[in-house]
Design a protein around this ligand. Sequence first.
Ligand code: GLN
Length: 199
Amino acid sequence: APVIGVLALQGDVREHVAALAGAGADARPVRRAEELDAVDGLVIPGGESTTISKLADIFELRDPIDKRIAGGMPVYGSCAGMIMLAGEVLDGRPDQRGFAGIEMTVRRNAFGRQVDSFEAPVRVAGIEGEPFHAVFIRAPWVERVGDGVEVLGTVTEGPAAGRVVAVRQGNLLATSFHPELTGDRRLHAYFVELVRAAA
Ligand code: GLN
């Protein structure tokens, strides 16, 4: 099974480890550079991007993660993890910094102007079956994508209809919502396949 780490600085690490294990990965938390060396792919969990950014520096994981991304390691970020994979962040803290990630602009806490948390059906391109029951918690949305970025999912109903909430650029995958908080393992299975293909 592919070895997939979950960046374990802050956020819903356990939920992602369980979801990855349920999707057939050998899943483990990653807190140190040596642990990062041992994984084939990485998940950046939901949580608080400003905190994850700060701790990435303190734990000296920023450069190692940037290098692995440059080397083609697959990474999946959900919510705060999406923000950490964005080339540009609107409404971020001035000192927060993402990894060398996806060519996109995200707006932090974007839905929060309407409502803090909500749920909506979202279809993700390349994933068969029912739309995801997407859970959004002070979530970002994607305002701009570069040429190399594929839009995989948008909100289709309600006040946020049309907002981009799932994207992929090469081996980098990001969602505004939290599939790890539902029993639906299709997104994690999709990522496990991506890691398998890249290995
Ligand atoms: N608002 C958080 C941030 O800016 C993200 C929220 C989440 O991950 N559920 O990082």
